[in-house]
Design a protein around this ligand. Sequence first.
Ligand SMILES: NC(=O)c1ccc[n+]([C@@H]2O[C@H](COP(=O)([O-])OP(=O)(O)OC[C@H]3O[C@@H](n4cnc5c(N)ncnc54)[C@H](OP(=O)(O)O)[C@@H]3O)[C@@H](O)[C@H]2O)c1
Length: 274
Amino acid sequence: MKAIVQSDYGELDILKLRNVDQPIADDDEVLVRVRAASVHPDVWHVVRGQPRMVRLMGAGFLRPEIRVPGTDLAGVLETVGKNVTRFRPGHDVFGEGVRGHQWHNGGAYAEYTAVPAAALALKPGNITFEQAAAVPISALTSHKGLHGEGGIQAEQRVLINGAVGSPGTFAVQIATSYGAAVTAVDSTNKLEMLRGFGAERVIDYTKDDFTRQGERYDLILDVPGNRPLSDARNALTPKGTYALIGHERFGSSGGRWIGNSTERFSRCSPSHRS
Ligand SMILES: NC(=O)c1ccc[n+]([C@@H]2O[C@H](COP(=O)([O-])OP(=O)(O)OC[C@H]3O[C@@H](n4cnc5c(N)ncnc54)[C@H](OP(=O)(O)O)[C@@H]3O)[C@@H](O)[C@H]2O)c1
């Protein structure tokens, strides 16, 4: 089969289209004929091996252990392992090529990939393969941050920082569906879109700093993670929860191992630039 392969960490030019052996699904896996796979920041973190923490978290210390990138996917089942009872060959599915954290390659940028059945769901008929492949990690990350860590409840005041990225857009809509009063933060030309997603209030991060407006929130979901926790704490109620999503180029305090390696302060609001 054909696949995109990387034999080292690096930039786009290390990705090559190659013929490789078709994987074989084990007893708990299914073989998916991939129709669509998404490109999201975690895929790119692993392709580059940055932040370096990914190399210690299963991606491979010196070079990628799994050579085919890509995690989120949608496709058609070719075969199912003997322990798999939820699916049949021919089912349209979507989900993740790897279970748990996404900081290693998942094999989705290929014609076929073998995937744990537990990481997939049936694709609803009213969305395309491309739409389905864009959902898994972004929506799961938002839902975990809001519901799992954040314990979101109706009528809470919730702030989503970086609300028009992929976790952000899901987060605004998920929080609204819980009945929360959502304040969404992003840049100028995206604010109207955020109102359309259900945000009650919007803040333009290029003009205003949500940590210095005197407003308090029960839950902050911070996608860029671009300011110190001490600043975010200013905007939390005494029992409020702060859930951090971002890393690399975001997350100014992370350093090259777990976060930003080169752009310290570059995406902060003007009042934080130094
Ligand atoms: N995508 C995923 O599925 C996923 C899952 C888990 C974790 N993450 C992590 O989340 C981080 C962001 O991913 P993403 O997909 O959301 O990226 P993205 O598509 O670049 O979105 C980030 C959003 O945040 C905005 N933003 C940038 N600086 C900001 C600031 N200082 N204050 C408020 N908003 C700001 C950006 O607006 P402008 O572009 O207009 O500046 C953009 O709309 C990455 O570290 C990624 O690894 C992503």
